[in-house]
Design a protein around this ligand. Structure first.
Ligand code: ANZ
Length: 803
């Protein structure tokens, strides 16, 4: 049979579609499996080759699990609110909804052309009112729990995008989208109290099967830090207290100065007249810098003296109070006690401004650098002689007794700034009433839909374009009868993706966000595959919402995503990141048209381990295309499938291949699974014939990877789809390698006998022999002069003993 992939693929895509082959329901006796892709943002660029990488992996697992007897939920939808569609609308005057629809149609056509086994009946877009109605509903629950509140805070304001950004959306002082400068500015914002869940968000990471680096990124992002707060008084102004947070209360005797962050409320009050001008100027300069610039270890330290001193509570010493931007207002109390002897930043600062450096733990070289390690305390009064740990607890007790401080835990995590001054997002279900109060809408009043507008430009004053539509903005509150205005901010892009995996359990429910029974059956997500770029954004936000929903009894699991895998980036063939400007991008449509979807799927899995970064190679695509061609020719020719019985070599290799492919799929080593199918194919083409039973098994193995070709080959002898055929099993006895016994001698004396596979190479054999404890002992007595090897018979090491 000729490998007419175009025809084969179109035929089977049509078949799956019209038969709804992958449609599932939750009323089933079969065990469930939920395989989820990070649903795409339907951008104007269409699919890139990075999308099918993760999507093919989950598709292989889904198809495999179906054949294993699982009821598999494998859905797809669209994360369709967000800035790019709105920016495009501003440029072209087209409604974001129109653009979004077009983009979705393109994405869907592309995904369908790759033969992914989605239950398309579950498809939805987060920007449709049927969906965001329930996003608003969840906001109402958060509001009722006191987890949503309004606050005047310093926000990341992006003048170019004319919007506020979350910390997570600011990278190196620039907007993550577009790379525009971001400045700090106070604004009234809706906040979500994610900090209330900080401990659980850290602790429950122990329960999930996620890559360790992602867990670590979340832990660092949350940044739990145990320490103490200490209160200092201001010299001459005893009513003014400065509270600091420190992880090292044991170093209090080494505090030689203090630092207030430029935004600290006491700066103005305590600065002497003489220093006022200099301090003011410094504060203005600091406002222009990002937090990252301010805390960069490699940046030169800057600061100014306030002219005032604080009193160190342990020894009543007067220490100067400085203002410096390496202390951030957003962390701890925005003030520190500086211990240059044992903190690197303080050390640099003290060197630069000639402030005293006192050693309070022994072990370092104060002339060179701060000593950060553990040691015995010196110059520390009642702490002298204690190590770090004991001194910390001793100091905390001392401070507590005198009401000068207490133990404290701090988090880097801040509450989530949840409002955006944009049009293309979920409207808040909130009314500002004439009497100054806020009314959160009732479930029955949802959805609050986005009105049609003609201009999408943000006002630039910090208000959303929605503020410019009086008909939508102003109303009489039907409950209180008061005049009211709607909240004009919209929710950030992350809102819709915080719970889409729950909606997939029950996507068309118009009474509730999801049916409890369906949720109970499908959740948690068993396998979630997506990009590492979501490590601290989507994955943290979704876990937070999920925990709130869990506490409300609305979901049955503490964690949403049981197992997570990040696919590695696919680079251009030049080894650089793919980008239009470099001209190294690959269009998946082109590959599908030249080689077919099965080749693209197979190639993306064959490139290397899923999690690794890998460069693209079109020659590689040709390689797997040739493999599929050979499979098609051989298995598509009925005369080849005529063997009465397979020879022992074929039987052994088949059982080994089934064993290997099964284990590799379970371990998500999809590249090596493909290699073993290639080895089997080479073998069987050489033999020239195979029994129908063995051919069936092989085609089944191939089917999750190259489903179109597998369906076609299967259909030559069967009338049902291969999708739900049972996965082939293997006999471990038959898969076993034949072993031979090899005696190992050292200087002619038998030291061990090794059981090795018959076809083990000489090098591999010597490696095993040298690693064997019984042999290694004698080899260690000298140096190997000679290695004698008689295949399948014996080996001998000639060792010359050291003198
Ligand atoms: C005195 C000290 C002595 C400190 C020493 C460290 C070592 P983590 O671990 O990240 O929580 N700090 C406190 N608030 C700060 C702020 N707003 N901006 C910049 N730095 C701040 O860091 C806690 C430590 O960072 C605190 O402990 C404080 O310096 C500093 F040998 O206090 B330490």
């Amino acid at each position: 049979m000729n490998y007419n992939f175009n025809q084969i693929e179109a035929k089977w895509q049509q078949f799956w579609d019209s038969n709804k082959t992958f449609k599932v329901g939750h009323k089933s006796d079969r065990p469930k499996y939920y395989a989820l892709d990070m649903f795409p943002y339907p951008s104007g660029q269409g699919l890139h080759v990075g999308h099918p990488e993760g999507y093919t992996a989950t598709d292989i697992i889904s198809r495999y699990k179906r054949m294993q007897g699982f009821n598999v939920l494998h859905p797809m939808g669209w994360d369709s609110f967000g800035l790019p569609a709105e920016n495009y609308a501003i440029k072209t005057g087209t409604h974001p909804e129109v653009i979004t629809k077009e983009n979705i149609a393109t994405f869907k056509r592309q995904l369908k052309s790759l033969g992914f086994s989605y239950d398309w009946d579950r498809e939805f877009a987060t920007s449709s009112a049927d969906y965001y109605r329930w996003t608003q509903w969840i906001f109402v629950q958060l509001y009722k729990q006191g987890l949503a509140y309004q606050d005047e805070i310093q926000v990341n304001w992006c003048p170019e995008l004319k919007t506020v950004l979350a910390n997570e959306e600011v990278v190196d002082g620039k907007s993550e989208v577009g790379g525009h400068p971001v400045v700090r500015r106070p604004m009234k914002q809706w906040m979500l109290k994610i900090t209330a869940y900080a401990d659980r968000l850290i602790d429950d990471l122990d329960e999930v099967d996620w890559p360790e680096n992602i867990k670590e990124m979340q832990r660092n992002w949350i940044g739990r830090s145990e320490g103490a707060n200490v209160t200092f008084t201001v010299n001459g102004q005893p009513e003014e207290l400065i509270k600091v947070f420190t992880t090292r209360p044991d170093t209090l005797f080494g505090a030689t100065y203090m630092v207030l962050s430029p935004e600290h409320s006491l700066v103005d009050k305590i600065t002497t007249d003489q220093q006022q001008a200099e301090v003011k100027q410094y504060i203005q300069a600091a406002a222009l810098k990002s937090d990252l610039e301010r805390t960069d270890l490699n940046k030169d330290k800057s600061g100014v003296f306030t002219g005032t001193y604080a009193v160190n509570p342990v020894n009543q010493q007067l220490i100067p109070i400085w203002v410096a931007d390496y202390v951030l207002i957003s962390y701890g109390s925005g003030a520190i006690m500086a211990v240059p002897g044992h903190d690197s930043r303080d050390y640099e600062f003290a060197r630069k401004f000639d402030l005293p450096i006192i050693e309070v733990l022994q072990g370092g070289e104060m002339e060179k650098e701060a000593f950060l390690g553990d040691g015995i305390h010196i110059n520390s009064g009642f702490l002298d002689g204690l190590n770090k740990e004991d001194a910390i607890s001793s100091m905390i007790s001392w401070l507590k007794e005198r009401e000068l401080g207490d133990s404290e835990i701090n988090y880097k995590l801040r509450d989530w700034i949840f409002s955006r001054q944009r049009y293309w997002g979920e409207p808040f279900p909130l009314l500002n009433l004439a009497d100054g109060t806020i009314r959160c809408l009732d479930e029955s009043e949802l959805p609050v839909t986005l009105p049609a507008v003609t201009s999408y430009e943000p006002s630039g004053t910090g208000e959303s374009p929605l503020a410019t539509i009086p008909d939508w903005l102003n109303l009489t509150d039907p409950i209180s009868g008061q005049a009211a205005t709607r909240e004009t901010n919209t929710m950030p892009q992350w809102a819709g993706s915080c719970w889409y995996y729950l909606r997939f359990c029950d996507p068309t429910n118009s009474d509730r966000p999801w049916d409890k029974e369906a949720e109970n059956y499908w959740m948690p997500v068993d396998l979630y595959i997506g990009g590492v770029e979501h490590a601290v954004l989507h994955l943290l936000y979704a876990r937070f919402w999920h925990k709130v929903l869990f506490d409300l009894g609305l979901v049955s699991t503490q964690e949403p995503f049981k197992k997570l895998i990040n696919q590695g980036l696919i680079l251009g063939s030049d080894g650089e990141k793919m980008s239009k400007s470099r001209g190294n991008t690959v269009n998946p449509d082109q590959i599908v048209s030249d080689y077919g979807a099965d080749s693209l799927r197979l190639y993306e899995m064959f490139m290397g381990p899923l999690a690794k970064v890998k460069p693209w190679s079109t020659d590689g695509v040709k390689g797997v295309f040739n493999f599929l061609n050979r499979v098609c020719k051989f298995f598509g020719t009925s005369e080849n499938i005529g063997a009465q019985e397979d020879g022992p070599a074929t039987v052994k290799l088949l059982h080994q291949t089934i064993s290997k492919v099964t284990a590799d799929i379970e371990g998500i080593r999809l590249n090596t699974a493909i290699s073993s199918m290639m080895i089997f194919t080479n073998h069987i083409i050489k033999i020239g014939t195979i029994s129908p039973a063995s051919a069936k098994s092989f085609i089944k193995l191939l089917s999750p990877f190259a489903p179109h070709l597998a369906e076609e080959l299967w259909s030559m002898h069967h009338s049902e789809s291969i999708a739900y055929q049972s996965w082939p099993t293997f006999d471990p006895e038959l898969a076993k390698e034949d072993l031979i016994t090899m005696p190992v001698q050292v200087n002619g004396k038998l030291r061990a006998t090794l059981e090795i596979p018959e076809d083990l190479s000489k090098d591999e054999f010597f490696k095993l022999a040298k690693e064997d404890q019984r042999v290694a002992k004698y080899l260690a007595e000298g140096v190997i002069k000679k290695e004698i090897y008689v295949p399948k018979k014996i080996c001998n090491f000639v060792v010359i003993t050291k003198k």
